[in-house]
Design a protein around this ligand. Structure first.
Ligand code: NAG
Ligand code: NAG
Ligand code: NAG
Ligand code: NAG
Length: 314
């Protein structure tokens, strides 16, 4: 493995040299190699000189803290890069510091994928501040990390101050109720975000209800994904009621957890669909998202969707 790693490193250096003068390559996909910090440094140096490559995919390369440092130094120079995929690179809270510095100063990167890393609560605080100050990012994917209540809340707070981000994916973290509450607060202040994925974040009834507060008022949010959260019927109803009370909502897609549907939830879903006929709504484990017109057929063929016997959720 060591030998193989060495080979790839030499390869990365050679490649970096040849790319330095190549003007035809606009996208660089080196995902799933074994570049590590040293390989990343070679690539980062090349990217400082190259003003043609606008999309870089270095996912799954074990870049670690050295890689984060190298890429941060490169991004501090506001290069041509618009899209940067750095998922699965063993980045931790120490690496977050470097990446956050870059996010604060760089205004060119619009798409950043940092999912499948090891960011924790400290990183949440660091990134929260960076997100509040960043003026370029439109899409941030940071799912499958370790943001829990406190760090998650700090991260969410940054969103409240940001006026550029349109897509945020924080799924598969541990936001919990305090993270969800902070997200709700952030949404109250934010009128830019269009897509939010908070799927699989241990958000229960209380968190969902607080979060719903952020859905009131005229909003930009079009797609909301809340699947795989223990928010029960009560939490789902809270979300739907907030939308019901917001005639100015832009919501187009709402994905709710797969839970047994009680009478109140079923009725609310129907009412919301009538209110927003173009809304794609998934709830109660229906296989697919459906519009109001599709619902009628669905109800005829699968009457148990409404009011099945497991409805008595505590
Ligand atoms: C990057 O560009 C933005 C906007 O042009 C500028 O405000 C910022 O200072 C630049 N950052 C660096 C590190 O040059
Ligand atoms: C999160 O949900 C969005 C849609 O709202 C979807 O595009 C994205 O793939 C989901 N993220 C994950 C990690 O599944
Ligand atoms: C919501 O996120 C989950 C991942 O947790 C994904 O499987 C699902 O497809 C997403 N829903 C939509 C509408 O994209
Ligand atoms: C305060 C505000 O902007 N209210 C608007 C919300 O959206 C509805 C429907 O689009 C408008 O009628 C309101 O004026």
């Amino acid at each position: 493995m060591t030998h193989f790693g060495f080979f790839l490193l030499q390869g990365a250096k050679a490649l970096a040299l040849s790319l330095m003068v190549d003007t035809s390559i606009l996208m660089l996909d080196l995902s799933d190699n074994w570049l590590q910090g040293e390989g990343a440094a070679a690539i980062a140096e090349m990217l400082k000189e190259n003003c043609y490559i606008s999309a870089v995919d270095l996912s799954d390369n074990k870049l670690g803290i050295e890689g984060a440092k190298a890429f941060s130094a490169m991004l501090l120079e506001n290069t041509t890069i618009v899209s940067l995929q750095l998922s699965g690179n063993e980045f931790d809270d120490h690496a977050a510091k470097y990446l956050a510095d870059a996010l604060t100063a760089n205004s060119k990167v619009e798409i950043l994928d940092l999912s499948y890393n090891m960011f924790g609560d400290k990183a949440g605080e660091i990134f929260g501040t960076a997100i509040a100050e960043n003026i370029g990012l439109k899409e941030l994917k940071i799912s499958w990390n370790h943001f829990h209540s406190q760090g998650a809340a700090a991260l969410a707070k940054g969103l409240g101050a940001n006026i550029y981000l349109k897509v945020l994916d924080v799924s598969y973290n541990g936001f919990g109720n305090s993270g969800a509450t902070a997200l709700g607060e952030a949404l109250k202040a934010n009128n830019v975000l269009e897509e939010l994925n908070v799927s699989n974040n241990r958000i229960s009834v209380e968190g969902a209800l607080h979060f719903s507060g952020g859905l009131k008022g005229n909003k930009s949010l079009k797609r909301l994904n809340m699947t795989r959260n223990p928010m029960q019927s009560e939490g789902c109803c809270g979300v739907l009621k907030a939308l019901q009370a917001n005639s100015g909502t832009c919501i187009e897609i709402l994905d709710l957890p797969d839970i047994p549907v009680n009478k109140e939830l079923a009725e609310l879903c129907d009412a919301v669909k009538i209110l927003f006929p173009n809304l794609l709504l998934r709830y109660g484990g229906n296989m697919k998202l459906q519009r109001k017109s599709q619902l009628k057929a669905e109800l005829r063929t699968q009457p148990k969707v409404v009011g099945n016997s497991q409805n008595a959720v505590a």
